[in-house]
Design a protein around this ligand. Structure first.
Ligand SMILES: C[S@@+](CC[C@H](N)C(=O)[O-])C[C@H]1O[C@@H](n2cnc3c(N)ncnc32)[C@H](O)[C@@H]1O
Length: 274
C-alpha cells in the first residue's frame, strides 16, 4: 500500500525538521520504497499503519532511522574526478609551500556518506606528499547518518564499489583483498576521523580547515538553509583555503563572501579578500 498524503506530510516534516532535506510532493515513491522494509521489520503489515504508530510517539531511534533512510547516499571514489585532480596538481603543491613551517593540513569532508570521498582525499595526499608522515594531516569526515558512518569507518568495500572510479594503481597500493571485498590499508584509514555532524546544527570545530569538500548535499536543501550553511562555513575556512561544492551547487547569488576560482579543470570557492 502506498503512503497516504497525511503520512507523507508527516514524514516530510520530520525529515525537514531534523536534516533540512526537502521532500516535496511527488516524492511519495521515495517514502514507499525506502520505508517499506522498515515497516515490515517493525511488525506492521503496511506503511500507513507503521507511520500512524510512530506519529504518536516521542522522537526515538525509529524516527532517526526513518530520517537516515530518506537521505540519498550516492557516492563513489574520486567522484567527478576533477576536484581530486585539482587537489593533487594545484592545491597540494601550494599548501606544501605555504604551510612548510607548521606542517599541518586539515581537511573536512562534510556529508561524506559511505567514506569514498574522504578516503579518496587521503589516498591523494599520501601519494602526492613525499614526506607525508612528517606532516600532521587530519581529514574530518562527517555525516548525519549513524548507519552510513559505521559502514564508512570499516573501510571495507564491495567489488562493485571499488570498480567505480578507483584507479587500479590505487587498488594495488592501498587495498587488500579479503574474500570478495576490499579493505583499505591502515595507513589510509588512520588519516580519516569520522564523526556524526548534522549540517543544520552549529558546527563544532574550534579550528579552521585548509580544504572543505561539501559536495552533493546542498542540492537537497532550501535556499535559506544553504545561506545559513555558507555563513557557518566562512567561520571554519582559513583565509587561503579552498571549498569544493558539487557540480550542481554554487555560492553565487547566495553568499557574496565567496568567490569562484577556476583551478585546473574544476571550480572551487575561496573567501573574498576584504
Ligand atoms: C549524495 S551524498 C554525497 C556524498 C559525497 N559528498 C559525494 O559527493 O559523493 C549526501 C550525503 O549527505 C548526507 N546528509 C544529508 N543531510 C545532511 C545533514 N543535514 N547533515 C549532514 N549530512 C547530511 C546524507 O546522509 C548523505 O550521506
Amino acid at each position: 500500500m502506498e503512503v497516504n498524503s497525511s503520512n507523507f506530510e508527516y514524514v516530510s516534516k520530520l525529515v525537514k525538521e531534523h536534516s533540512s532535506i526537502v521532500l516535496e510532493s511527488g516524492k511519495e515513491y521515495l517514502v514507499n520504497s525506502r520505508l517499506y522494509e522498515l515497516a515490515k521489520d517493525s511488525g506492521f503489515k503496511g506503511l500507513n499503519d507503521f507511520i500512524a504508530d510512530i506519529r504518536n510517539k516521542p522522537f526515538n531511534s525509529i524516527h532517526k532511522k526513518i530520517i537516515e533512510l530518506m537521505t540519498t547516499n550516492e557516492t563513489s571514489f574520486f567522484r567527478d574526478f576533477y576536484p581530486f585532480e585539482t587537489l593533487k596538481n594545484d592545491i597540494i603543491p601550494e599548501m606544501l609551500e605555504r604551510k612548510k613551517s607548521d606542517k599541518t593540513i586539515r581537511i573536512w569532508s562534510a556529508a561524506c556518506s559511505t567514506g569514498q570521498e574522504p578516503y579518496s582525499i587521503a589516498m591523494i595526499l599520501r601519494d602526492a606528499i613525499p614526506d607525508v608522515d612528517s606532516w600532521r594531516i587530519v581529514i574530518n569526515a562527517t555525516d548525519l547518518s549513524t548507519t552510513i558512518l559505521e559502514y564508512a569507518k570499516r573501510g571495507v568495500y564491495k567489488q562493485v564499489e571499488v570498480n567505480r572510479g578507483l584507479p587500479v594503481a590505487y587498488i594495488l597500493k592501498y587495498f587488500e583483498q579479503i574474500g570478495t571485498e576490499w579493505k583499505l590499508k591502515d595507513e589510509i584509514r588512520k588519516m580519516v576521523v569520522f564523526e556524526e555532524i548534522n549540517l543544520n546544527k552549529p558546527f563544532p570545530w574550534w579550528y579552521t580547515f585548509d580544504v572543505i569538500f561539501m559536495r552533493n548535499v546542498l542540492i537537497y536543501f532550501e535556499i535559506e538553509t544553504k545561506k545559513l550553511i555558507f555563513e557557518k562555513l566562512k567561520q571554519c575556512l582559513a583565509p587561503e583555503s579552498y571549498l569544493f561544492l558539487g557540480n550542481a551547487e554554487t555560492t553565487i547569488n547566495l553568499d557574496a563572501g565567496f568567490e569562484p576560482v577556476t583551478l585546473g579543470k574544476s571550480v572551487c570557492y575561496r573567501l573574498k579578500k576584504i
